[in-house]
Design a protein around this ligand. Structure first.
Ligand SMILES: [Zn+2]
Ligand SMILES: [Zn+2]
Length: 213
């Protein structure tokens, strides 16, 4: 589980995403979009999670924008309320990741790219700020997809108890802006990778075979 580069993976490169007939009926991670989120980014995020986490990932039917989490005061959506709702999902998946296009916040921060329950079930990623350059203007579609995959990987890893990491070459490093995010690799450092393996064992989670071998 050591991808050699940080190139974002596309769904067609991954045979298991649409065809895991020999695997259990449902994946470990269910990815769903809430509101107006493009289908392509959902597929790319799912394919990257599946390959890098080595877990079966399912794309779940889209749902509406989580209006219940909208704050009139902040004009943003409260990430923790979305997580709470996701955690109550009746889906069989042990982990649920939602992608939203609205801006997310938690009370102590102006905004967040994503939020997750540490060692819990739910994670959410906002695509809202990932399309923009810090200095203004938009980024290329490739950069946008790569950022989305990175935030998703980081947040889902939190649900497996991973915390922030100080290693320079690690997706679990804390990033404060989208530019920071572009510096991060799309993989874990060896410590976080070992921690993740241990976490899978603890949660009784079976990994997929490594396609790259
Ligand atoms: Zn984090
Ligand atoms: Zn690390």
């Amino acid at each position: 589980m050591s991808p050699v580069n940080t190139r974002v993976r596309t769904p067609t490169e991954n045979p298991a995403i649409s065809n895991h007939t020999s695997l259990p009926k449902h994946g470990v991670v269910g990815v769903l979009r809430l509101g107006s989120v493009g289908e392509a980014v959902v597929k790319i995020v799912a394919a990257n999670l599946q390959e890098i986490l080595q877990l079966p990932v399912d794309i779940l039917p889209a749902r509406q924008t989580p209006e219940f989490a909208f704050s009139d005061q902040r004009k943003q959506y409260h990430a923790a309320l979305i997580l709470k709702k996701l955690a109550e999902s009746r889906r069989p998946h042990p982990r649920i990741l939602a992608l939203v296009s609205v801006d997310l916040f938690i009370p102590i921060l102006t905004h967040v790219f994503g939020e997750a329950q540490i060692g819990g079930r739910a994670a959410v990623v906002s695509l809202h700020r990932l399309k923009q350059k810090e200095e203004g203007g938009g980024v290329s579609l490739d950069t946008f997809y790569e950022r989305a995959a990175k935030v998703a990987l980081h947040e889902v890893a939190h649900t497996f108890d991973l915390v922030h990491c100080k290693q320079p070459e690690c997706i679990m490093r804390l990033s404060s802006g989208p530019g920071d995010l572009d510096e991060l690799p799309l993989f874990f450092c060896e410590y976080c990778e070992a921690f993740l393996e241990e976490s899978y064992r603890r949660y009784g989670i079976q990994k997929l075979p490594d396609w790259s071998q």
